[in-house]
Structure formats: structure tokens, C-alpha cells
Design a protein around this ligand. Structure first.
Ligand code: FBP
Length: 547
């Protein structure tokens, strides 16, 4: 098969490992700290995780672990949206397992968590693995969004593991998948199965992070890819000086991606959903601000600009938040009735009849396309699929209407973009290639240390890879109780942008200047080969957070 020159060159890239993970696997041991507790609701979380609550944080240090050379069978699952570096997690895991014992086997469950339920499994051989090293995508085994959360599903997973002789599962996923991984670990522990479960922090959204998980993998590559594209658009803007580009960026509820891209490219305006929520800013106020910007710039002869919009913004504006939650409830409780209505008119009338008066008013004020998008199917968690709401178009339309209302002489030509899927499967940056390989290798060591209910953790990421600190963090430590589908559930606390955090503060100190100065930055394409200051820089977010 023909492959691109870059792919060939990336096959040969040797990911860097922390020094603590180099050498014989049986000479590395887990140093265990003091018992831990969950971030909140300690009693409730403890009651739900009798066997796996309060476990100590682990750090790998030189020592002895004869069990690391035992023959084992491990199963791996990729869960949720793609993130660059997933293949390297599997590569690191594979290499660790084989270094421990050549007879050990790694099985991949096909198509995400559904694969373990349907027993769709392949053995990952070294020939297969070698075709995916340092490449983007999750296509080695595929991913999926099936939730592994009920006792019935856990029983099926147990049977699949027993049939294959699998004694450890590695689940590579975001906050929800890792929450479910912890529930599965508890289930296996309670039943005395001896099967361990290890999580790996994945998501381009960057919202799975805390003191021990400094970043989720994929955020680095995805934001660098989007920033390259934004920088290219900025050059175009600067050359032609005739368009306003409204660029929506993926990230679900969190604005980490938009913020990081703003730090990398310095746009004229970037909305941060968490700030919108904090200030209770309405859609009309956002539109007013943007229209003011267009008018002020027009006065200086600037009828162009670049505006970044986080994917989840719509859910953070107070009136839209209420509307969306009412729509979610209506779809959850009257879904069948609603599905029978085949045309838009019927569906909109159905909603208008059931919505509260204020939400009905908001709904009616929205363009038809947005109304349709708000009524679309929910994701498996019952949430609106924000990636499918075209907020960038909505804002262009509303700014244009507002300028007309003001009889403004400002010229306004808005172009819309949505960057999301473009970055989720890019070749992982050197950072993600190294980080993911280390997370996978480290996951093997957690297994070999007999630990379960842990998330693979590699810290000190602002330092060169050989100084990174590998270990494991009990998943229960990241949990609190939240209302989900009308019930209190233990979940990993989502990390949204902190308004008193260093990345936001830095952005806030610069944004007034960026509005007018067109201080655009052009990060260019991710570089894989070359000087370290070009190829191995972590994100600005990480740099500012770890300073
Ligand atoms: P995860 O939370 O599963 O990592 O997915 C991230 C994400 O890329 C979001 O940014 C986006 O809203 C969503 O997936 C899109 O989902 P889908 O791939 O199902 O269209």
C-alpha cells in the first residue's frame, strides 16, 4: 500500500518516555501516597465506591515489581470523540505489555464500548500496531459513544473478559467514559473478579484536567491545527481587508479550545462561554458588543476582523440555557409524540405550545435553522449536540440585522467557519505523540502494579519529556455528585475555563488591545522535525497554568 512520505517518516518517530519509565519494567515500582478523598460529596461518593474509594495516589520510582513480567491479557477500548494520539496510547500500552512478557496479549474492542458488549474483538499484533504508530485517528479499532454504565452491561463485559482470559481493561475516554470506567472497576472489585480497569484522559476539549491530570491528550494537536487555520485566515483578512470571519471552535461546554486559539493567534474578539455565564450576558448583549466592535473598527476604516466563538456558547446565555433545558425535558418526556411530527411547522408549534412563555418568546425570535438545530436529537447523555448548532451563522445574521437597525454605515461582510473535525485526527504533535505513548506505557505499569480504578497520569508536562512524572490517580478522587437525568450521580467534575486562572487572566489583559490593533499571530503548521523550540512547545494554556 502507498503511504504518504510524512506517514512513513512518522512511523519511524521514537516517542520520548519519562526517565522514570525507562529500563526494565520489573525494576519500576509504584510508590503509594496517603489515602485520598473525592473533590466534594465525600460521604456519598464513598458509599458508592466501597472498594475503590480513598485509594492512594501512585508515582512510579525505581524499585522492584516481579509481577511486571507475568503473562497477562489486556483489553483496550477507545471511547467518544477522536483525539490525536489515541494510537500512541495503544502503542505505549502494547510495548509495555510486550516488554513485560512477550506472551502477553493486547485485545482491542471494536467500535468503542459497544465492542465489549457485542464481543467484537481483535488481537493487536505488532504488524497491526506498526501501521498506526504516531498517526492520528482512532481507526486501528474505531471508537463509539455507547455508554457502559448499567449492571447488565457490566455483566456482559465481565463475560467477554472471562471468555478471552482478559484480566485488565484500559478505557481511553473523556470525563463520562472515565466515570463509567471507575464504576466498572468498582463492580469488578466487588465481585472479586480480579479484573482491573484503568482510565486514560482523552479529549480535545481540554475539560478533563486537575492537579494530577495537567491536560487531556489531543488538546495540544487540535488547538495547534485550528490555530494554523485561524492564522491563515488572519493573513487573508490582512491582505484583502474585506471580510469578518466568525470562527466557531469545538470544545463542547468548555471554552478551553477557543481560549488557547485566541492565545496563539490574537484575534479581534473571542467569546468565552464561562465568562458569559458568570456575567449573565444575554444573546442580545453579545450581539450588541460585536456590533459595537464592527462600528468602532469601521470608523478607523477597518471593515474586517476575526472573531472566535466557542462551540458551547449557546448553552451559557441565561435565556438560551433555560430554553435548552426546557427543550431537553420536552424531548425526554414527549420524545415519541414529537418524533411522529414530520414537518418543521408541526414540530415548532408543538414546542411553542409546551414551552414557558419567556422561552417561547426566545424560541420564536430565533431563525428557523437554529430552531431546527435546537430540536434535533440529543446525544446519549440527553444533551443538545452543540457542534450542530450554527452559532457562527446566527451571530453574523444578528449583527447584520443590528447594524441595519442602527442605520450604520459600517460595511459588514460576514463569513462563517466551524473548526472541529479538521483537528481531531491530525498527526499528533510531538508533544501528543510523546505524552500519549507515555500514558499508554504508564497504564501498563498501573496494571502490573495490581492497581484498579486509576487514571494514568503523567505530570510536569512543561518540562522535557524525560523529566515527566508518571503515576496514577484514583478516579474517585476527581468525583462529585451531580444531577443527571433527574438523578444524583457520581461523576468526574468537568474542568471549565477558570476566570481567575492564568490563561484567562492573560487573555483578559490583552483583549482590548487586540480588538483594534490587529496583532494577529501566524503559528503555521505543526512541525514534526526540526529545532525543539519549533517542534516541542506545549500549549500556551499549559505553559501559563504550570508557570
Ligand atoms: P469527547 O468529549 O468524546 O472527547 O468529544 C469531543 C468532541 O469533539 C466535542 O468537542 C464535540 O462537541 C463532540 O465531540 C462532537 O461529537 P461527534 O463526534 O459525535 O460529532
Amino acid at each position: 500500500m502507498d503511504i504518504s512520505a510524512l506517514q512513513k517518516a512518522r512511523y519511524e518517530y521514537n516517542p520520548k518516555l519519562p526517565s522514570a519509565l525507562k529500563g526494565d519494567v520489573d525494576k519500576i515500582e509504584a510508590n503509594l501516597g496517603a489515602p485520598t478523598s473525592s473533590v466534594a460529596d465525600q460521604d456519598k461518593v464513598k458509599a458508592l465506591f466501597e472498594k475503590t474509594y480513598g485509594l492512594p495516589v501512585a508515582q512510579f520510582v525505581p524499585g522492584s515489581n516481579p509481577k511486571a513480567t507475568d503473562k497477562i491479557n489486556v483489553g483496550v477500548i477507545l471511547s467518544g470523540g477522536q483525539a490525536p494520539g489515541g494510537h500512541n496510547v495503544i502503542a505505549g500500552l502494547f510495548d509495555g505489555i510486550k516488554k513485560g512478557n512477550k506472551e502477553s496479549k493486547l485485545y482491542g474492542f471494536l467500535g468503542g464500548p459497544g465492542g465489549i458488549l457485542e464481543d467484537k474483538t481483535i488481537e493487536i499484533t505488532s504488524e497491526l500496531m506498526d501501521q498506526y504508530r504516531n498517526t492520528g485517528g482512532f481507526d486501528i479499532i474505531g471508537s463509539g459513544r455507547t455508554k457502559l454504565e448499567t449492571e447488565e452491561q457490566f455483566e456482559v463485559a465481565l463475560k467477554t473478559c472471562k471468555d478471552k482470559g482478559i484480566t485488565s481493561l484500559v478505557i481511553i475516554g473523556g470525563d463520562d467514559s472515565n466515570t463509567n470506567a471507575a464504576l466498572l472497576a468498582e463492580f469488578f472489585a466487588k465481585k472479586g473478579t480480579g479484573i482491573s480497569v484503568t482510565g486514560v484522559p482523552k479529549t480535545i476539549d481540554g475539560d478533563l484536567k486537575n492537579e494530577h491530570i495537567e491536560t487531556s491528550f489531543g488538546f495540544d494537536t487540535a488547538t495547534k491545527t485550528y490555530s494554523e487555520l485561524i492564522g491563515n485566515i488572519m493573513r487573508d483578512v490582512n491582505s484583502a481587508k474585506k471580510y469578518y470571519h466568525f470562527i466557531k471552535l469545538m470544545g463542547r461546554s468548555a471554552s478551553h479550545i477557543a481560549l488557547e486559539c485566541a492565545l496563539q493567534t490574537q484575534p479581534n474578539y473571542c467569546i468565552i462561554s464561562e465568562e458569559i455565564e458568570n456575567k449573565g450576558t444575554s444573546l442580545a448583549e453579545v450581539v450588541k458588543d460585536l456590533t459595537d466592535l464592527v462600528e468602532v473598527r469601521a470608523k478607523q476604516g477597518k471593515n474586517f476582523g476575526v472573531i472566535l466563538i466557542p462551540e458551547g456558547i449557546i448553552e451559557f446565555m441565561p435565556e438560551m440555557k433555560v430554553l435548552i433545558s426546557e427543550l431537553n425535558d420536552l424531548l425526554a418526556h414527549h420524545g415519541e409524540e414529537f418524533q411522529k411530527l414530520s414537518d418543521y411547522e408541526g414540530q415548532a408549534a408543538f414546542m411553542m405550545e409546551k414551552l414557558s412563555a419567556p422561552s417561547g418568546k426566545v424560541f420564536a425570535s430565533l431563525p428557523v435553522d437554529i430552531q431546527k438545530q435546537l430540536m434535533m436529537d440529543r446525544d446519549p447523555h440527553g444533551n443538545v449536540q452543540v457542534s450542530r448548532i450554527e452559532t457562527e451563522k446566527l451571530l453574523i445574521q444578528m449583527v447584520s440585522t443590528e447594524l441595519d437597525k442602527r442605520n450604520s454605515s459600517a460595511k459588514f461582510n460576514g463569513l462563517n467557519h466551524f473548526f472541529g473535525y479538521e483537528g481531531r485526527c491530525a498527526f499528533p504533535s510531538n508533544f501528543d505523540a510523546d505524552y500519549c505513548y507515555s500514558l499508554g506505557y504508564n497504564a501498563f505499569l498501573l496494571i502490573a502494579s495490581g492497581l484498579t480504578g486509576y487514571m494514568s497520569s503523567v505530570k510536569g508536562l512543561d518540562k522535557p519529556a524525560d523529566q515527566w512524572i508518571p503515576g496514577g490517580i484514583p478516579v474517585t478522587m476527581m468525583m462529585n455528585m451531580e444531577q443527571r437525568h433527574g438523578e444524583q450521580k457520581p461523576v468526574i467534575r468537568k474542568a471549565l475555563v477558570e476566570l481567575d486562572g492564568a490563561p484567562f487572566k492573560f487573555f483578559a489583559s490583552k483583549r482590548e488591545e487586540w480588538k483594534m490593533s490587529d496583532a494577529y499571530q501566524f503559528p503555521g503548521a505543526i512541525q514534526y522535525f526540526g529545532p525543539t523550540e519549533v517542534c516541542d512547545q506545549p500549549t500556551k494554556t499549559l505553559g501559563l497554568e504550570l508557570k
